[in-house]
Design a binder for this molecule. Structure first.
Ligand SMILES: [Zn+2]
Length: 409
């Protein structure tokens, strides 16, 4: 039976409840409920599957429910494939276009959604064709665990604010570290360019309360995640705690991509371009601070990581490099270009194709929502019209990437 909470999600988002597979989350939710019960809190955690890709705590009367979005989990899994397994930036282009198509469609920007859906679906760079590498399974498992725990701790800390005192020392240590690296960078770069300095190390005295709250939840989620793995675990072996730690970092980095794309689509759809760029800079800044904090935790938290320091540092560095080269640079450049009013330029070949179909009445824009859903694989049906839209007459992804690179210059 659906109660008012489920009805709220159904009313505010596009949901596909039949896709929920509770088995994947059973252990994570159990762990989150135990963490809450330990401090005397009863929680209601539920799953949803929505095109928003967003977990959320909903309050109604005196009751709260934490909704975990399983489509976000699926997205993290695909982003991990891109970072760990993809062989060219075409995979990131393909998946970024899919996410844009879905969000633009939700906001009623059907022509642009159709264009992005076509960019996504005509290409042969399908993620499922990539060979699976060992690391990804553990990465997804811990990313999802981390995000469930992070949401849970927002809730726990709201009910038990005194708990955060136990993190004060860690946060202070981190701030000391930030001050030291800021001072070092100041010596090298001078302080005439505060932007560069902020890119290298944020000013701890200027971090907002909201951001520090996120870091506190990140810390708790990290600790529980890492400590949920026993030494020499049967499946993960000796590296279990280390895999958990790096999974937490990956969850933050992938969430950054998901959030920036979702926000860009929303701002663009509502024509709120002026607010968009400064808000998105804040989002990028906050995720960068959180990502660095997580990186620092992986390296300093003595209970956390069981690998020798050096190989951990190398693995984190190579992950961050792959994240930047294979995913971040493409996703963020597309976001920037769209907010810069260059949608028609980056996707020009597909814009032309879609406009051609629209003007010749071969596609009725008012009825294209379902077409977009099928092209982005939200719905499974096949239709002749969709085959036509998917016909490979557009530009190759290498051309897109070339154009993106030119924009970066
Ligand atoms: Zn949060």
């Amino acid at each position: 039976m659906k109660d008012s909470f489920d009805k709220y999600i159904d009313a505010t988002r596009r949901t596909l409840s039949s896709n929920i597979a509770p088995i994947h989350y059973k252990e994570h939710i159990k762990l989150a409920l135990i963490s809450a019960r330990t401090v005397g809190i009863k929680l209601d955690i539920r799953l949803c599957y929505t095109s928003e890709r967003r977990s959320e705590a909903v309050r109604h009367g005196h009751k709260d429910v934490v909704f975990i979005d399983q489509y976000l989990g699926q997205t993290l899994s695909n982003l991990a494939r891109i970072v760990h397994e993809s062989t060219s930036t075409a995979f990131a282009l393909n998946y970024t276009a899919k996410m844009f198509a879905e969000h633009l469609r939700a906001h009623g920007k059907l022509r642009e959604a159709l264009v992005c859906a076509r960019v996504h679906s005509q290409d042969d760079t399908k993620l499922r064709h990539l060979p699976k590498k060992g690391r990804r399974g553990a990465s997804i498992f811990f990313q999802e665990r981390f995000l469930v725990l992070h949401e849970t701790y927002h809730f726990i800390l709201k009910e038990k604010p005194l708990l955060r005192h136990s993190v004060n020392e860690v946060i202070e240590d981190y701030f000391d570290f930030l001050r030291r690296s800021r001072a070092e960078n100041q010596e090298i770069f001078g302080d005439d360019d505060p932007k560069i300095l902020n890119m290298l190390a944020a000013d701890p005295d200027k971090l907002s309360i909201g951001l520090i709250n996120e870091m506190v939840c990140d810390f708790f989620a990290f600790s529980v995640c890492v400590n949920s793995v026993s030494h020499g675990s049967k499946i993960l072996g000796r590296d279990g705690k280390y895999l958990a730690a790096i999974g937490c970092l990956e969850a933050l980095k992938s969430s950054q991509v998901v959030n920036v794309i979702r926000d860009t689509a929303r701002y663009y759809s509502r024509n709120e371009i002026d607010e968009a760029s400064s808000n998105l800079q804040d989002v990028m800044h906050d995720y960068q601070v959180r990502g660095r904090f997580m990186n620092w935790l992986c390296n300093t938290e003595p209970r956390g990581v069981m690998r020798s320091d050096q190989s951990l540092v190398e693995d984190i560095d190579s992950y961050l490099e792959n994240y930047h080269d294979k995913l971040g640079v493409v996703a963020f450049t597309i976001c920037e270009a769209i907010l810069d009013g260059k949608f028609e330029d980056i996707f020009s070949a597909d814009v032309e194709f879609v406009d051609g179909l629209l003007s010749s009445d071969q596609v009725d824009l008012n009825n294209s929502s379902e077409v977009i859903d099928v092209m982005t694989n939200w719905l499974p049906q096949e239709r002749p019209l969709i085959e036509k839209l998917q016909k490979n007459e557009g530009e190759s992804s290498s051309k897109y990437i070339k154009r993106l690179r030119q924009m970066l210059k």
